[in-house]
Ligand binder design. Structure first.
Ligand SMILES: [Zn+2]
Ligand SMILES: [Zn+2]
Length: 423
């Protein structure tokens, strides 16, 4: 039986190849070094989580929960599974499950991996996208709100990027938010007939998100809406003030954005987003989540974190022509002249690799000419040529690809010879 197969990745997901693939790995490599340097340790959580981890923490009336969850068909004892839409709730779950409260606090973790949203794919929004995330759990100290921002800022500056800014706001504690919601609703009540359909729903279900509205006709109304910082309690106000002072101390560029709320219920106090001048969408963001662990059934353990979208970061790197080389171009090619010498050539090839020499082959081509053409194309400095005679005398021919000079070298000296020539 024959099946007709469409060789097509799932909608909104894609392969990474060549330069893009190398840039991705290069960024990953830099993230590892940077995260460890700034005191975070790596955590990996499953790509699949129980649905409730997110419904209990993000809030029922958010886009992610209402329409973007990526459900999995298989269920376990009636529990629904989803492909994780974000990292933080899963890390909080892991904190509880692994008893991290008994580790020295605060616990500083970083993660890197794919997140999933079942939404209509559009520019810069994919169904599968990667995130680098940082979390600091077990402290309310505003110095750690600043530390999350500092770690992202210093990472971007490592690559001489500077045309970005942190937009920052405080949405206070639950009390502040409830108080503010009342005033916000009171203000919007006058405009209920005028606002967009989404906002009409937000007004009822999740009034904070009224401030997220991108609809043109609502902007004028939004502009004069009351701002949450005016409703912060003494403690939250102090916390925000200190966070900003730390940022100033480190000379981190930020601007206050009184309408920034971030969509999820688990946020409290500090929220922030990272904007580049070239882009209208944020490349990352985050905030404090002092209630998240409580939402998931634990004690009230405070935390703060943030994440950067790797695809968006890659766009920025491309705009600024930043290249990160993980791939090292091979400088030596190995060729065989006769079918009989192929095995010996393979042995020599393996010997060079074992000695850490970056050697490349094209054993699939059987004429020496086409092998050397390939060597020219990839631009190696030396080719090693192995024929019947070399096999018998335990030697190789070493050809300089620039001046085309060939010499015979005993196999016993080859590694040393190449190492000194390639220095
Ligand atoms: Zn407060
Ligand atoms: Zn609206």
């Amino acid at each position: 039986m024959k099946f007709k197969i469409a060789p097509q990745a799932p909608r909104g997901m894609h392969d990474l190849l060549k330069d893009d693939a190398e840039l991705f790995l290069g960024i990953f490599n830099e993230i590892l070094k940077h995260s460890y340097l700034y005191g975070f340790e790596y955590i990996r959580t499953p790509i699949v989580e129980k649905e409730e981890i997110f419904t209990a923490s993000l809030g029922a009336f958010t886009d992610v929960i209402e329409k973007e969850m990526f459900y999995i068909d298989k269920k376990e004892k009636g529990e629904k599974y989803v492909l994780r839409p974000e990292g933080t709730a899963a890390i909080a779950r892991a904190y509880l499950q692994n008893g991290m409260h008994s580790w020295p606090q605060p616990v500083k973790l970083f993660y890197f991996g794919p997140m999933f949203r079942y939404e209509r794919p559009q520019a810069g929004r994919y169904r599968e996208h990667y995130q680098w995330g940082l979390e600091i759990i077990g402290t309310e100290d505003p110095i750690y709100d600043a530390k999350i921002i500092q770690t992202f800022d210093r990472f971007l500056r490592k690559f001489k990027l500077k045309d970005f800014i942190f937009r920052i706001n405080s949405i206070g504690c639950l009390n502040d938010r409830n108080k503010y919601k009342k005033y916000l609703k009171k203000y919007y009540k006058k405009y209920l007939k005028n606002i967009c359909e989404d906002c009409k729903r937000r007004y009822v279900n999740n009034p904070l998100r009224l401030l997220d509205c991108k609809n043109e006709k609502d902007q004028e109304i939004k502009k004069s809406a009351p701002v949450i910082v005016d409703y912060l309690c003494k403690q939250c106000e102090e916390h925000f003030k200190k966070t900003l002072e730390y940022l100033e101390e480190l000379e981190i560029q930020y601007e206050l954005d009184p309408h920034l709320v971030r969509g999820f219920d688990y946020y409290s106090k500090t929220v922030f987003e990272i904007y580049f001048v070239e882009k209208t969408t944020a490349i990352g963001g985050g905030g404090r989540y002092d209630y998240l662990i409580k939402f998931l059934g634990g004690k009230q353990i405070p935390g703060v974190g943030g994440a950067i979208g790797i695809e968006r970061l890659m766009d920025i790197f491309k705009i600024h022509q930043i290249k990160l080389n993980v791939y090292k171009k091979p400088l030596v090619f190995i060729a065989y002249a006769t079918e009989k010498a192929k095995k010996y050539a393979y042995y020599v090839y393996d010997l060079l690799l074992k000695n850490n020499i970056n050697v490349v082959e094209n054993f699939a081509k059987n004429s020496l000419t086409s092998q050397l053409e390939y060597a020219d194309k990839i631009g190696v400095k030396y080719s090693i040529i192995i024929g019947h005679y070399e096999m018998g005398s335990k030697s190789v021919i070493l050809k300089n690809m620039l001046d085309k000079i060939q010499e015979t070298i005993p196999l016993a000296n080859l590694v040393e010879e190449l190492k000194s020539r390639l220095k």
